[in-house]
Design a protein around this ligand. Structure first.
Ligand code: NAI
Ligand code: UGA
Length: 445
């Protein structure tokens, strides 16, 4: 099939490349000239494992092109996939201006029947809005569809080529037929539904996953008080297949370009219909506060943080990505700087993106993990990069001035800490002090 993909971000670029890998002719479009120039040179503007190799092979097979010329890409294609950003407005609502602009440009460029499928995450009703915009620009026939995307950053190629399910929401029979055919090689779980339900499936899925994370984080906070271990609790819960073991990792809360924005957007969508989504509001509140446990634990360990040196490992919102959008590291480092601490930060991939947004004030960016930890009064682990897991706690102990380790992602086990002098705080697990597990007093019942 001949496809145009509008937007070469995490979703558009990965989807476009994977569709070309399946043998389709794909033209990826972006209005950013520098991005397209980079892609045409064989370079990849984002860090996503496996993507660079797929781009190179599909370009050389002649199935993959990059351009800024949206009208020409639309004219040459049968299916147009919209994958532009839908960031939050200050109100929490989704900003639909990129979607609307893309729809207008598509409408103006039409030269025959087209299928327009939206992969961007958009509020319920948006695809019907897209339909109206396109119809106002062209007399050519077309059908719209909502085909929400469920990939995760860091595993985007794998997720796209092996999705759990594909959801196709449309009222157009031709769109349903061709989009089913397009996705058929990826999975047998192709769900066909109406447009509004498809749009809602995306928000409901992200909100549910966010709720699982806030739930386990609250359980972790209670575990800390009662002397239980949240990793054991999550394991025990996860064996129940109605609950499932995934997304039960306690930590510093979720970040990223989607959960924070999509939970806010769903609260707004409900609110516009006079529905107060109380549960989701609590999910957001719990998440917002969870990251500050790192500061509370630092203060419990060091007292006043003014003049103290704090090392930070991990700036990306999760491992295997360079994306720092809504990363908890921003607010944690900001809180440290405001308290007068000197911050030394390191991330294997995301430092440049973080530095560009946060700036230099109060932070020294380090070239490796050791440089950040050396002579610090405490080390905080904010992202569970494998590189950090591979570092022995005894090395950390030898680098720090005072042996305080705040592990925001529970990467070390009790066993690994047993022969160290570290004062170790994690999330929802007993503290370790010089290799000894702190016991909580007997609970009064
Ligand atoms: N990042 C992720 O992991 C996932 C994102 N989504 C959703 O997919 C959508 C896209 O997300 P990302 O790929 O992260 O966004 P992004 O911000 O990384 O990329 C969007 C791209 O679209 C381009 N663009 C905007 N308007 C354009 C226009 N009129 N013509 C051509 N190019 C245009 C921008 O220059 C940018 O390169 C969002 O709605 C997001 O919620 C869904 C699932 C996963
Ligand atoms: O709509 C989107 O953009 C995407 O949002 C998430 O994907 P992503 O944000 O890339 O990453 P996740 O792996 O879901 O992690 C999100 C955040 O939750 C945190 N998390 C995740 C799982 C967990 O058990 N605990 C936890 O704290 C991570 O550290 C991270 O900050 C969803 O998992 C994707 O299905 C969805 O397509």
């Amino acid at each position: 099939m001949k496809l145009a993909v509008i937007g070469t971000g995490y979703v558009g670029l990965v989807s476009g490349v994977c569709f070309s890998e399946l043998g389709n002719d794909v033209i990826c479009v972006d209005h950013l000239k520098e991005k397209v120039a980079l892609l045409n040179k064989g370079e990849v503007p984002i860090y996503e494992p496996g993507l660079k190799e797929l781009i190179a092979s599909n370009k050389s097979e002649g199935r993959l092109q990059f351009t800024t010329d949206l009208p020409e890409a639309v004219r040459q294609s049968d299916i147009i996939i919209i994958a532009v950003g839908t960031p939050s407005l200050p109100s929490g609502k989704a900003n639909l201006s990129y979607i609307e602009q893309a729809a207008r440009e598509i409408g103006l460029a039409m030269n025959g029947f087209k299928i327009i499928a939206t992969k961007s995450t958009v509020p319920v009703g948006t695809n019907e809005h897209i339909q109206t915009i396109i119809a106002s620009q062209t007399a050519f026939p077309f059908e719209v569809a909502s085909v929400p995307e469920f990939l995760r950053e860091g595993t985007a190629v794998q997720d796209t080529l092996h999705p759990d399910r594909i959801v196709i929401g449309t009222s157009g029979e031709t769109a349903r037929k061709y989009l089913t055919e397009l996705h058929r090689p990826l999975t047998e779980h192709i769900m066909s539904t109406d447009i509004r339900s498809a749009e809602m499936i995306k928000y409901a899925s992200n909100a549910f996953l966010a709720a699982k994370i806030s739930f386990i984080n609250e359980i972790a906070n209670i575990c800390e008080k009662v002397g239980a271990d949240v990793t054991e609790v999550a394991e025990g819960m996860g064996y129940d297949h109605r609950i499932g073991s995934s997304f039960l990792k306690a930590g510093i809360g979720y970040g990223g370009s989607c959960f924070p924005k999509d939970t806010q957007a769903l609260i707004q969508i409900a609110g516009q219909m006079d529905y107060d989504f109380k549960l989701l509001k609590s999910v957001v509140d719990v998440n917002r506060d969870q990251r500050f446990n790192v500061i509370r634990k630092l203060e419990a360990s060091l007292g006043d943080l003014a003049g103290r040196t704090v090392a930070i490992w991990g700036l990306a919102f999760k491992p295997e990505t360079d994306d720092v959008r809504d990363a908890p590291a921003f607010e944690i480092i900001d809180a440290l700087v405001k308290r007068g601490a000197n911050v030394k930060a390191y991330d294997p991939i995301a430092t440049a993106n973080f530095r560009q947004q946060f700036g230099e004030s109060g932070v020294v960016y380090c070239a490796d993990a050791e440089e950040a930890a050396i002579q610090a009064d405490a080390l905080c682990i904010l992202t569970e990069w494998k590189e950090f897991r591979d570092i022995k706690p005894l090395s950390i102990q030898s680098w720090l001035r005072t042996p305080n380790l705040i592990d925001g992602r529970n990467i070390y086990s009790e066993h690994e800490l047993a022969n160290t002098q570290l004062i170790y705080y994690s999330v929802g697990r007993p503290n370790m002090n010089h290799g000894v597990k702190e016991q909580k007093p007997l609970l009064s019942l």
